[in-house]
Design a protein around this ligand. Structure first.
Ligand SMILES: [Zn+2]
Length: 383
């Protein structure tokens, strides 16, 4: 069968460098082929004069949506999350676990490993992310400390084996016993270490970064913040030019001035917008469960009964909107933080993360109010 060719002329095409007007994206089969001037477009061009074309977004840290959670340990849950994400322009994600019992964690990792090998009809599972178990009590957030585990090579091995090649990142508190040794061990085994839900001070965090840790879990949230005599985990993450920081830009987890501060210190290259969305995402306010932890969602804000923020109900296109509106960050840079930056972190940027010749054609068409009108996977409209 000959490859289908599509010509699409949106109002602006968001490449990593900015919004390109008066141009047409040519898609051949599953991939972007080239970008041509609108004056060279053939008759069959699809025109969307009021919509912008964004690359498919990538969410590095998401637990659930629409009543389903990765920690359920069911393929059907991952499928629901995956389908739900398309409505928000998200075409790839790291299926993220939360603290629960060890057998449930291993069961969930097995299912993530299965989903990773499938081509789902929704957002693709780009791997698994373990958030939980290896944290310190002081900044546990919505993680139940009753299930916390020591940092132990045998446990790490079991998790890596269960995910069968899919485990891309593990979050841990580096000040725990064995923290630095396990950081080195995970890095050697090709698993990224993200620091968070920890009470690590500036020196301990810097040491973990020097021993292979890649960055920080939702920076400032669930970690030691910045004090002028003890710059803390957040200070070390922000000053290390190589460290990637996850940012929850829902307007609640971080003050707009802190969004600005992060951006000025990290630039766009080392900030990944994440949703940290839980199973309440896409549903009404009410009572939910995050792993073993009961959660109340009120006006979209998820909290534990003790008042700790417990993930979010955020979606990535809203995070992009918030970053531009709350912190004045240029739109194309905010889009990059939710597409090319996470793709680069996952080492999949040659294939994914931007509208560039040769990459897989995951993209969406977005209006001025940041609503997703069409989401496309592998060159085909799916939503
Ligand atoms: Zn967290």
């Amino acid at each position: 069968m000959p490859e289908l060719t599509r010509y699409i002329q949106p109002r602006r095409i968001f490449t990593p460098l900015g919004g390109l007007e008066q141009h047409v994206v040519v898609i051949k089969g599953e991939r972007f082929d080239t970008i041509i001037s609108a004056s060279d477009a053939p008759d069959e061009v699809e025109r969307y004069p009021e919509l912008d074309m964004w690359p498919g977004l990538i969410d590095l840290h998401i637990h659930g949506r629409e009543g389903c959670d990765v920690i359920d340990g069911k393929l059907s849950s991952i499928e629901t999350i995956s389908a739900s994400l398309l409505r928000h322009g998200v075409t790839g994600f790291l299926a993220t676990t939360v603290t629960t019992t060890w057998p449930q964690t291993i069961a969930a990792m097995r299912v993530v490993g299965e989903a990773y090998k499938l081509r789902l009809p929704g957002a693709q599972v780009l791997g698994g992310y373990s958030e939980g178990l290896f944290f310190s009590e002081k900044h546990k957030g919505a993680h139940n400390e009753a299930f916390f585990k020591p940092l132990d090579e045998a446990l790490i091995d079991e998790m890596i084996a269960a995910a069968d090649g899919a485990l891309k990142a593990v979050a841990l508190a580096p000040e725990k016993a064995n923290g630095i040794a396990m950081t080195e061990y995970l890095s050697k085994r090709g698993v990224r270490v993200m620091l968070g839900h920890c009470d690590a001070n500036y020196d301990q965090t810097s040491k973990a970064l020097a021993h292979g840790a890649c960055g920080g879990v939702h920076v400032f949230n669930g970690m030691r913040g910045i004090h002028h005599r003890e710059p803390g985990c957040a200070g070390a993450l922000l000053l290390d030019s190589q460290a990637l920081v996850e940012v929850i830009a829902d307007g609640i987890h971080l003050h707009p001035a802190i969004l600005q501060l992060i951006y000025r210190l990290k630039g766009q290259q080392k900030v990944a917008l994440i949703s940290d969305c839980i199973n309440a995402g896409g549903l009404k306010d009410g009572e939910y469960q995050l792993g073993e932890m009961p959660i109340v969602v009120n006006e979209g804000i998820a909290k534990t009964h003790s008042g700790s923020l417990a993930g979010s109900t955020l979606t990535l296109e809203k995070a992009v909107k918030n970053l531009t509106e709350l912190a004045g960050i240029p739109l194309h840079e905010a889009i990059n933080m939710a597409s090319l930056v996470p793709a680069t972190y996952l080492n999949v940027a040659p294939e994914l993360g931007s509208i560039e010749a040769g990459k897989i054609a995951h993209f969406s068409l977005v209006d001025d109010a940041f609503h997703i009108h069409h989401c496309n996977l592998f060159g085909q409209a799916v939503f």
